[in-house]
Design a protein around this ligand. Structure first.
Ligand SMILES: [Ca+2]
Ligand SMILES: [Ca+2]
Length: 258
């Protein structure tokens, strides 16, 4: 008869295997709620700041519904050269990804006809797509510039001091052929446009930035929270970020390349 202690150990092992395999099969590939000290996804590998710029992943001055106590606050001074947080996904990069995040533009100095990058998606070949905040006739919009390989997508108006749920579907499952797939932007769950993407080189999502990596001409301040990427469907906030146990970060995720 098996001793009780051995039974308990086996039960713990079985539970751990079920938990790990269940988590590996889960469709969420990145989940960041900014709770606790610093970050809670364990994937971010740097945060860049320039003169007069601030990256604060513990900001409590703004809260989002369902977002806990802390969010990410980025302050970009006109004289600063960069302000961003960067995440590098695991080795198996998603060809199709559904990204959502909560966004609140606190203030912006972007002038009419100009823009600031607020997020950047880079594939494993180093090709990037930028999501920008654009000023058109002194109103703000989110703008996805597909650089001629698709029809650019512009959101409805973004009002300063209003919280939005931003969604971005990037589908590169046709990459390598004449058509790379399609792109969609959503604002508060409403589609802002869908574009076919005839860009045979871009193939997946590897690195994501909130903020930007190089010079921006205009100051702004913005907050992000509940930043999630799923490889199968639009993430919901009910699928909490805690489905990525912190204890597994160093075991499962690949070493980060710098
Ligand atoms: Ca935090
Ligand atoms: Ca949060």
């Amino acid at each position: 008869m098996m001793k009780t202690r051995k039974k308990i150990i086996l039960l713990w092992l079985a539970a751990a295997i079920i938990a790990v395999t269940g988590w590996l099969w889960a469709a969420i590939v990145l989940s960041e709620g900014f709770e606790g000290a610093g970050y809670d996804s364990g994937l971010q590998d740097d945060s860049g700041t320039g003169t007069g710029c601030t990256v604060d992943p513990d900001y409590t001055g703004i809260t989002f519904t369902g977002g806990g106590a802390q969010c990410l606050r980025l302050v970009r001074a006109t004289t600063g050269f960069q302000v961003h947080v960067r995440w590098t996904l695991p080795v198996t990069y998603p060809e199709k990804s559904y990204t959502i995040f909560m966004y609140d533009l606190i203030s912006s100095g972007v002038t009419d006809g100009n823009s600031n990058v607020i997020a950047r998606f880079t594939d494993s070949l180093g090709i990037s797509q930028n999501l920008t905040l654009k000023n058109v006739s002194n109103k703000f919009y989110l703008f996805l510039n597909l650089q001629g390989w698709g029809t650019n997508i512009t959101s409805s108006e973004i009002v300063v001091g209003t919280k939005y749920k931003v969604g971005l579907k990037l589908d590169f499952t046709g990459h390598g052929g004449a058509n790379s797939g399609s792109v969609e932007m959503q604002l508060d769950d409403v589609s802002q446009g869908v574009s076919a993407l005839a860009w045979s080189d871009i193939c997946d999502i590897k690195t994501i930035y909130l903020g930007y990596v190089s010079a921006q001409s205009f100051a702004d301040e913005m907050c992000f929270d509940l930043f999630k990427i799923d490889n199968a469907t639009w993430p919901t906030y009910a699928s909490a970020w805690t489905n990525m146990p912190a204890a597994f970060h160093g075991i499962i995720w690949s070493p980060k390349s710098r």
